[in-house]
Design a protein around this ligand. Sequence first.
Ligand SMILES: C[S@@+](CC[C@H](N)C(=O)[O-])C[C@H]1O[C@@H](n2cnc3c(N)ncnc32)[C@H](O)[C@@H]1O
Length: 273
Amino acid sequence: MNQQGSYQISTIASNIEKELERLRAQVDLFWDKELKHYKEYGLKDGMSVVEIGSGPGFLTEKILENFSSIQITSVEIDPLLVDYAKSYLTQKNHTRFEITQGSIMETGLPENSFDFALVRLLLEHLTDPIDAVREVLRILKPGGKAVFVDNDFEMHIITYPQILQLRELYDAYCKARYAEGGNPRIGRELPMLLKKGGFSKIDLEIICAHSEILGEGIFFKSEGIGIPTKLVQDGFLSSKALGEISIEWRNMIKSKEHSLVRQLYMAVGEKPL
Ligand SMILES: C[S@@+](CC[C@H](N)C(=O)[O-])C[C@H]1O[C@@H](n2cnc3c(N)ncnc32)[C@H](O)[C@@H]1O
């Protein structure tokens, strides 16, 4: 089984540096809303937190900055990103973290160890998300909470004025991720997955970022051209279609009134006592 599923930083986009920038912007884009929900779900100082699929460490950084006595254990499968996150967080003088290389399918962490688990933008890339959910349940303490954040590419960025051709881009993205064993429309399935995985007190929120509130610069950084370019290179999207989308995108940006909106799905569950 390919445990890395449909996300590998070296192949998902045409340029690693740009992909890192995109991941950072994607954390910034939703951070205020996510933090509000993490707190509402019980995240607080003094907790032991596990974050799985921590990537370059941008979410880890936000947690460390916002909670002065949380200790985080991060698990990331890609050695390149483990090294990147370690040096990035160390340069920022953070100490309350530990990052290990491993898979969410078998973290090797002891059971009943953590108060809170964060799994952001990982389940959608896995062939067997249910086994991942069960592993998270295993390492949580009874009464501990887990939050799984994912996309559902039925809705990605929507714009005003509407760009009809974006549907073609999202369909191409979905085909590419399905071909690699991921599930880019997993958002709607999250409550069922958590239930099957053994969680109780399950809830789901769809959080939203809007350019009128956040400015459009952050949206541009969180999209980029790296993934669409790779979709063309890999034959999932025609260069003609990408050209048309680029023209419509420019027209949308040029129009006097325009907006960009994007959503993420946040599912929470508790490990039964
Ligand atoms: C889209 S990135 C999200 C990174 C980070 N969570 C964020 O929100 O910015 C998905 C991350 O999950 C990692 N990953 C993929 N398969 C994994 C697995 N089986 N176990 C742990 N991490 C995995 C990837 O290497 C990548 O860093």
